[in-house]
Design a protein around this ligand. Structure first.
Ligand SMILES: *[C@@H]1O[C@H](CO)[C@@H](O)[C@H](O)[C@H]1NC(C)=O
Ligand SMILES: CC(=O)N[C@H]1CO[C@H](CO)[C@@H](O)[C@@H]1O
Length: 493
């Protein structure tokens, strides 16, 4: 669950890009970009990374997209890396940009000391998310929101409660899958699981009519994040904005009810959910409209959960299906835990799930290979000098996280699913070469929760059921997903 998910949507823009790219702004940028380069190079030993601009107007966009459609989407980066070095310049999607495949430079960009970099989003995203959005927030408000929510999600009370909640959702869902006559589509079913958990954490909404309605409107809303920025009746963006209005109304009603309830209670116990956390802290301040602010942000927090976690669950099943040895190892480890728990008649705790070493390795390896958040886009507010490179003020930078995950220098046989590689001490831990959820200042506050959801899902799946999966392939563009949504049949052990 990372805010960074929405940044990934940036890349999705490419779908419609060929038409949009040919714009006046592009030509302008090409010209400006070039003159900038000349003036800076002469007076400084830090140089703008090498690279080529490609074709007039469209730059290297076509190569970039063509490579994204293959099973090795980092090929575009790899080719240029070998020609120009780890950091290079190019021109894609209507922008002169600097691409970094260097772990240190990526870390620098993600950490963003001194707030040099700001997120760089396409218009549809800014339009749909609005002005007070977390993604647009910078400085103290952003930090405060992050700290509040992060603190809540890390608290022992929350952890104890949510572990039970996730277990219930997972158990019920899994058992409902066995009743299906044919196969189920894992990619869709895992989305239901994570959405249910998400609305529980944010708003304490339980399954039922309200949740279903919320899910319908939410799905309509997020479709617009990856569309062309044309706001006319009938267009995708228009429909999504309408869905957002309805969604906001629903969320606002929940918040209003809660505001009233909160005023009545004198002794305030542990917060029920994220709304509670925000209402108690921000609800009292006059500097902003708490209702609008909170409801807007609640909706935005639903976006990361929409894809990252279900995709990770689905791909883990896919990788394990294709790797029986790893699966057998995973089953063994989880069966041991289950036996211990059955024997002692104790409930599972957060740490039970998170302390299975091989299971955690499987999760890391899945996240590395899946590259669900493949890149982070930023814009430099001033000249940035790093490792001999100059990133000129106003330029966009793409920190390619997937290039680092798929680099032979960092991981031996990078295209192989090999959970055992994480056994070796320090794989990815002490360095910057493992950034599955983005990182730095905007590091996702729900990171641990995401890992817990995946752990619980895998545990109950492998200790209670067997499955058979249809043949399916991973697609990397415009988002990482399974071509056929991974049809599987499951049966009780
Ligand atoms: C797996 O990744 C997490 C970060 O997401 C890291 O903290 C952990 O150390 C990694 N596990 C191993 C065995 O390296
Ligand atoms: C660079 C940038 O986007 N700065 C924005 C930070 O947030 C304030 C409002 O909170 C905006 O006014 C700035 O433009």
């Amino acid at each position: 669950m990372g805010w960074e998910t929405s940044e990934k949507s940036w890349v999705l823009m490419m779908s419609g890009v060929v038409g949009v790219v040919i714009s006046v702004g592009l030509l302008y940028k090409l010209v400006i970009g070039r003159s900038d380069e000349r003036s800076v190079k002469e007076k400084d030993e830090f140089v703008i990374p090498r690279g080529r601009w490609g074709w007039p107007l469209i730059g290297e966009t076509l190569e970039f997209i063509a490579s994204a459609y293959t099973s090795k989407p980092v090929t575009f980066m790899d080719t240029r890396k070998s020609l120009y070095g780890n950091v290079f310049k190019t021109h894609i999607l209507g922008k002169a940009i600097i691409v970094s495949t260097d772990p240190d430079v990526n870390k620098f960009i993600l950490q963003n000391h001194g707030n040099v970099f700001i997120p760089c989003y396409p218009k549809t995203i800014t339009e749909l998310l609005g002005k007070s959005s977390i993604l647009q927030m910078n400085g103290s408000l952003h930090k405060k929101m992050h700290a509040l929510i992060g603190g809540y999600l890390k608290s022992p009370q929350f952890k104890a409660r949510i572990t039970q909640d996730i277990e219930n959702v997972v158990r019920l869902s899994l058992s409902s899958w066995t009743n299906k006559k044919h196969y189920i589509y894992l990619q869709d079913e895992t989305k239901k699981i994570t959405f249910e958990i998400l609305v529980r954490v944010l708003l304490s909404i339980s399954p039922g009519e309200e949740m279903n309605l919320l899910k319908i409107e939410f799905e309509e809303f997020i479709k617009g994040l990856i569309c062309l920025p044309i706001k006319l009746p009938g267009t995708r963006l228009y429909k999504s904005l309408k869905a957002k209005e309805r969604l906001l109304k629903m969320v606002k009603r929940v918040i209003e009810e809660r505001q009233i309830a909160l005023k009545k209670i004198q002794e305030k116990g542990f917060p029920d959910d994220v709304i509670d956390v925000l209402l108690r802290d921000i609800g009292g301040s006059d500097e902003m409209q708490p209702l609008d602010f909170i409801s807007g942000n609640i909706i935005e927090m639903m976006i990361p959960g929409e894809e990252t976690v279900p995709t990770a669950m689905t791909l883990a099943v896919k990788f394990l299906t294709d790797n029986p040895v790893a699966l057998a190892h995973l089953v063994e480890e989880n069966m041991e835990l289950k036996k211990r728990k059955d024997h002692s008649n104790e409930e599972y705790s957060w740490t039970d799930y998170m302390s299975l070493p091989f299971t955690q390795n499987v999760i890391n390896e899945t996240l590395r290979l899946a590259n669900i958040i493949n890149a982070v886009w930023r814009k430099a507010l001033k000249d940035v000098k790093i490792k001999g490179y100059l990133i000129p003020k106003g330029w966009c930078v793409l920190a390619s996280l997937s290039s680092v995950h798929m680099d032979e220098m960092n991981y031996e046989n990078p295209y192989e699913f090999d959970p055992w590689r994480w056994k070796q001490t320090g794989a990815g831990v002490s360095t910057n070469i493992f950034t599955p959820f983005g990182g730095g200042q905007r590091l996702c506050p729900g990171l641990e929760l995401s890992r817990l959801e995946i752990s619980i899902f895998l545990h109950h799946l492998v200790t209670t059921y067997r499955w058979g999966a249809e043949k399916d392939d991973i697609i990397y563009f415009p988002t990482v997903r399974m071509k056929r949504k991974l049809p599987i049949t499951i049966m009780p052990l």
